[in-house]
Design a protein around this ligand. Structure first.
Ligand SMILES: NC(=O)c1ccc[n+]([C@@H]2O[C@H](COP(=O)([O-])OP(=O)(O)OC[C@H]3O[C@@H](n4cnc5c(N)ncnc54)[C@H](OP(=O)(O)O)[C@@H]3O)[C@@H](O)[C@H]2O)c1
Length: 279
């Protein structure tokens, strides 16, 4: 069984490779998560907005891995960030996921209409009750993240953001480090654009690896937890192979310096209503 390295959080630690579930639903989701667990993934990423928490819960309850060995992330929708709404959303998530605790509960997208002090007061309560082990955010700019941390109400463990070789958010990463927050990467394959990059293909060819494998390995060597999504068994297995090889210093630098700035999902300033198609 592949042992996946982890990085420490405020409570426990997060595996460097996890399994993304956006767009997986029902039976397909359950099967994919079960296969991921069988292969050795020990981090599953879901969200209330994905409509698949129950399927993820069923897979977690299938007896493939002890629940305590699996790091479970879910996210609260931006229209549920007021204090009582967030508590109710967390309760629903726990029920749907059939679990007593969530390892990481994220604010899925910021919402300027919900005072952050309320959001994090509720997160603090959930931490105190043991309903969640870590709280965090997603799609937060450095400024917003600094505001959340400055509240000092609940420790912010993670900022999950779009991050791949075509969107190397070095400054945001540094800001996260400075604030004691781990940055984690979603959409590590940039939605189909990674395989089209000839420079990544050239690097991969030197190791007999695909562009996808190069992108994941680059994140791995940067120490950034990534959550690739895959429905196919071949992809699920292949992505776990990230631990088996390494990019040389020169090739690591090639990927670091691709010089792309290609954001797929909207960022600061886009309201929740623009985000119907966002993970
Ligand atoms: N916090 C947020 O706002 C947010 C936003 C977006 C995503 N996310 C999270 O991040 C996860 C991953 O991002 P994503 O779903 O946008 O996309 P992604 O993981 O970057 O890419 C998924 C696509 O890559 C394909 N793929 C996977 N492994 C492959 C491989 N080894 N070789 C070739 N193709 C491969 C998949 O194909 P198959 O499915 O056919 O195997 C799928 O089409 C999501 O599922 C979700 O959990 C979070």
């Amino acid at each position: 069984m592949t042992i996946i390295p982890t990085i420490p959080l405020h409570s426990g630690s997060i595996p460097l490779i996890g399994f993304g579930t956006w767009r997986l639903r029902g039976h397909e989701c359950r099967r994919a998560v079960e296969l991921a667990l069988e292969c050795g993934y020990r981090h599953i990423d879901t969200a209330a907005a994905y409509g698949n928490q129950a399927a993820v819960g069923e897979a977690l309850g299938a007896g493939i891995a002890p629940r305590s060995d699996v790091f479970l992330t879910t996210k609260v929708a931006p229209d549920r960030l007021r204090h009582d709404d967030l508590l109710a959303a967390a309760e629903e998530a726990l029920r749907e996921l059939s679990t007593e605790t969530i390892d990481l509960l994220l604010v899925h997208w910021p919402n300027a209409d919900a005072p952050m002090a309320e959001t994090f007061a509720a997160m603090g309560k959930l931490l105190d009750q043991g309903a969640i082990r870590n709280c965090g955010v997603s799609n937060f700019t450095a400024g917003r993240l600094a505001e959340a941390v400055a509240l000092g109400v609940a420790p912010v463990s993670v900022n999950q953001v779009e991050y791949h070789p075509h969107l190397n958010q070095r400054r945001l990463h540094e800001a996260c480090r400075g604030l004691g927050v781990a940055l984690s990467s979603y959409s590590p394959f940039a939605k189909g654009r990674i395989p089209l990059d000839g420079r990544l293909a050239e690097v991969g060819a030197r190791y007999g690896r695909s562009t996808h494998q190069v992108a994941l390995r680059w994140l791995f060597q940067r120490g950034i937890p990534a959550i690739p999504k895959a429905a196919s068994a071949e992809h699920i297995r292949e992505n776990l192979g990230v631990t088996e090889w390494a990019l040389s210093e020169e090739d690591f630098a090639v990927v670091n310096n691709l010089g792309h700035w290609d954001r797929l999902l909207p960022w600061e300033g886009s309201g929740p209503t623009d985000q119907a198609d966002n993970g």
